[in-house]
Design a protein around this ligand. Structure first.
Ligand code: NAD
Length: 533
């Protein structure tokens, strides 16, 4: 068994007054240190702050289901087949030898964090992230879902043309045993017209409230059939066009529920799935770029203390951008333009070849450098107060940024991405860096779906209380799970708070949080003992 797929009992014991264990919980004390900064007359008045919190994590990993919307697509079938390959330890022949299944590409299963150092040797000890807290093993996920295409899972896997034939051949009986996706809701106006031929498995009628009730009944039936304690609902269906935000329709929770009852045309399928999951108290994650989370959905999730996360899997080009643009700006180099071009030939690419669906992707890919740019006022002139609304001065300085996506059927799932970073360097010099990236799109995306599922389940088991404010009861985390940002192109965050796009900061946040839940401090890069006598 590959080390990333190996199953281990929970291995960590923290011996400290900050951490206690009961048969049901890990309870930790955590001091959240910050700094308040008041800027006045060119001076920064800085006040260090410290607030005491406690975290309580349920140790029992619940029996967990994953219901994918778009189960019969490239991501859905690739995820199902690779989990089955791991579960049944299926090895297969490729032209270069025998291949073992694994979970490479999963942050949770295949990356490590520094836990600390051996006191005798001083050498670092690293552990897989999956060892930090009890987490669901991917092999244990019960798989299900919906698709507007009724092809059984084995046929759908074949149609996707992602996996090696020898793997497909062996995993096909297990895929066939999963059956076919449940019928789904299909509103043709939201996805590209070129998808119509696939839509042979749809819930009949035009009554959106009846559709919502059907989805809720599907979730309940799935949970009951498999005796599940938790089910993650995951949108990995086609990218939809943006829904218009209309006052009175989708701007508040009550308006949205009324709009669903009235079958309003601007309620998208993905929004209906999100509402269904929220009302069933199950986490919903949006792996595509459209604005599923209209304000009414966020308010509804808050009201029901349900969990939501999104948007759009950050798999290739954008992941690199959230590292590379930050590297340039943090090195004091000024990117003047970032030009990104992609072509791909899978069904996602076909859908994105339509203008309105491309637009959703363009928006989600575009905002990724915003926070890095606005953090450096030495290189980029900040927005000017009092400037004419909409003017260049009011928006502030920003690198030119363009994103192009083209559909080229011949390359199938093997996406090609080219990025040019054109930057200003010392005293008027110029630097041009080009990056060419080629790889199977679905094999990048699949581990992210797993990570998001595993984390969403875990975060639904963590509670906190703010000791400094005298909070006595433990409460669930806030509904929008922004700790999922590492895997998402356009992270959804608590309304009114800043989006963090930097991959490094996103990973640090997650690592610090998971360590806080077991009562240890996150940051270890100071390594003070190596810097002093
Ligand atoms: P795909 O086209 O192969 O699969 C999508 C599936 O969704 C299809 O089987 C389709 O029939 C189904 N579908 C469409 N509308 C539906 C509905 N209303 N209900 C249920 N099923 C529906 O696409 P994919 O490559 O699997 O990608 C899935 C999504 O993930 C896309 O939106 C894509 O943009 C997004 N995404 C993918 C990647 C990646 O690297 N593969 C990265 C980021 C985002």
């Amino acid at each position: 068994i590959h080390p990333t797929a190996a199953r281990r009992p929970y291995p960590i014991v923290v011996q400290s007054e900050n951490t206690s264990y009961t048969s049901e919980h890990i309870i930790s004390k955590f001091t959240n240190r910050g700094t308040d900064v008041i800027v006045a007359d060119g001076q920064y008045k800085v006040v260090p702050t410290a607030k005491e919190y406690e975290f309580q994590t349920a140790v029992k990993v619940p029996k967990t289901g994953l219901m994918m919307v778009g189960w019969g697509g490239n991501n859905g079938t690739t995820l199902s087949a690779t989990i089955l390959a791991n579960k049944h330890n299926i090895v297969w022949h490729t032209k270069s030898g025998i291949q073992q299944p694994n979970y490479i590409g999963s942050l949770i299963r295949a990356s490590t964090v520094r836990l600390g150092a051996d006191p005798k040797t001083g050498k670092d000890i690293h552990v897989p992230i999956s060892d930090l807290l009890p987490m669901v093993h991917p092999n244990d996920l019960v798989l299900g879902g919906w698709d507007i295409s009724g092809a059984p899972l084995d046929e759908a896997m074949k149609r996707a043309e992602v996996l090696d034939w020898d793997l497909q051949r062996q995993v096909a009986p297990h895929m066939a045993a999963l059956g076919a996706p449940l019928p789904s809701i299909y509103y043709p106006d939201f996805i590209a017209a070129n998808q119509e031929a696939r839509a042979d498995n749809v819930i009949p009628g035009k009554d959106k409230h009846a559709h919502l009730e059907q989805l809720r009944a599907d979730i309940r039936a799935f949970k009951e059939k498999h005796a599940l304690e938790r089910t993650i609902v995951f949108w990995t269906a086609n990218t939809e066009r943006y829904a218009d935000i209309i006052p009175g329709v989708n701007d508040t929770a009550d308006n949205l529920l009324a709009a669903i009852r009235a079958s309003h045309e601007e309620v998208s399928p993905s929004t209906l799935f999100a509402v269904a999951a929220i009302l069933e108290g199950e986490p919903f994650v949006n792996g595509a770029p459209q604005n599923t989370f209209v304000p009414g959905v966020i308010e509804l999730a808050e009201r029901h203390k349900s969990f939501i996360g999104g948007d759009d899997l950050k798999s290739g080009q954008t992941k690199l951008k959230s590292v590379f643009a930050e590297f340039l700006v943090n090195a004091g180099i000024k990117p003047l333009s970032i030009a990104s071009y992609n072509h791909l030939g899978n069904n996602d690419g076909h859908n994105l070849s339509a203008e309105r669906q491309f637009k959703s992707k363009e928006i989600s890919k575009s905002s990724v450098v915003d926070d890095m740019v606005s953090a450096n006022a030495l290189l980029f002139r900040p927005p000017q107060e009092g400037a004419v609304k909409g003017s260049k001065e009011a928006k502030g300085e920003h690198p030119d940024h363009i994103v192009v996506i083209k559909y080229v059927p011949a390359v199938g799932d093997s996406k090609r991405a080219i990025d040019e970073y054109y930057s200003e360097i010392f005293c008027g010099g110029r630097s041009t860096i080009n990056i060419f990236n080629e790889c199977e799109d679905s094999l990048l995306a699949t581990p992210l779906i797993l990570d998001l599922t595993i984390l969403a389940e875990l975060l639904s088991r963590v509670k906190y209380r703010n000791v400094s404010d005298g909070q006595t009861e433990f409460a669930p985390l806030y509904s929008v799970l922004s700790l999922l940002s590492y895997m998402l192109k356009a992270p959804l965050v608590k309304p009114g708070t800043d989006v963090v796009n930097s991959l490094n900061r996103q990973r640090n946040a997650l690592e610090t949080f998971l360590k806080a839940c077991i009562g240890i401090e996150g940051s270890s890069d100071l390594l003070l003992e190596t810097r002093i006598w």
